[in-house]
Design a protein around this ligand. Sequence first.
Ligand SMILES: C[S@@+](CC[C@H](N)C(=O)[O-])C[C@H]1O[C@@H](n2cnc3c(N)ncnc32)[C@H](O)[C@@H]1O
Length: 290
Amino acid sequence: MGTSAETFQLSLDAAEIYESKFVPALFGEWAPHLLDAAAVHAGQVVLDVACGTGVVARAAVERLAGNGAVVGVDLNEAMLTVARRLSRDVGWRQGDVCALPFPDASFDVVLCQAGLMFFPDPAQALREMARVARDDGTVAIQVWASLAEQPAYRPFIEVAARHAGPDAVSLLSAYWVLGDLEFVCSLLDSAGLDVTAATTRLGTARFESIAELVRIEVESTPLIDRIDADVYGKILADAGEALAEFRTSEGRAEIPIAGHLIAGRKRPPPRDIAPAVDSPALHPKGPPGP
Ligand SMILES: C[S@@+](CC[C@H](N)C(=O)[O-])C[C@H]1O[C@@H](n2cnc3c(N)ncnc32)[C@H](O)[C@@H]1O
């Protein structure tokens, strides 16, 4: 995963792999928790921002149980092609989170799972999410916690840095850049959202093996272009040892991954303040003299 909007113009094959591999391995588990954080319930109109192949939007459709509406928006057409194939119960739209293609106050709830860290301007993205939420509506996001809080990714990235140099840390770290919970809460507040819930949860990412996890992390990032076969082999071998405690008896990998779930309520615009009785505005020529 990269950090710029362009990086996300994926091929259809990549979007299919995302849905068949990464959604069950990682993202699917978080969708119900994000809906819980936003208290999504029947009767609401819900937007899933950076919906990808639509795992959150589909979970919202189930929760609304025929009473309400769900829209999913993503920059990437290939992701949306897969999303459209999987559900006709969601209104899928192509669009950039930094200029959402919806009028103000269109949604009761705006959700964004595992997206904010990839947007070029997260503060603007949150302002846009707040703009399209109605007054008192909810914006809820999920982001991964910081690398320091990751029980498995932290030792893995230490192994990569040992063999590939300190650059490896930033090359493998796009996921964790919004891991500071207080900072993300302050971004919501600046976007006009009162934070109502902020929790950190430990989920489980599931892979066929530790080696598969290493291959995904190395080969889907620019690190693959910086290392030769020898270094790659050392990273694979040492990661196998460093992550041994996360290998199941069948050789599969169950990797703990920490994420934050944050919900905010949109502050209504300030009401016009009636002038105080002795306000100079009532005495344009100045207050009466003694
Ligand atoms: C890691 S995926 C998460 C997808 C989905 N929310 C999920 O949980 O499976 C990140 C998504 O953000 C989308 N994205 C990246 N930049 C975007 C932008 N500026 N506007 C809208 N979507 C964007 C990508 O196309 C991708 O589908």
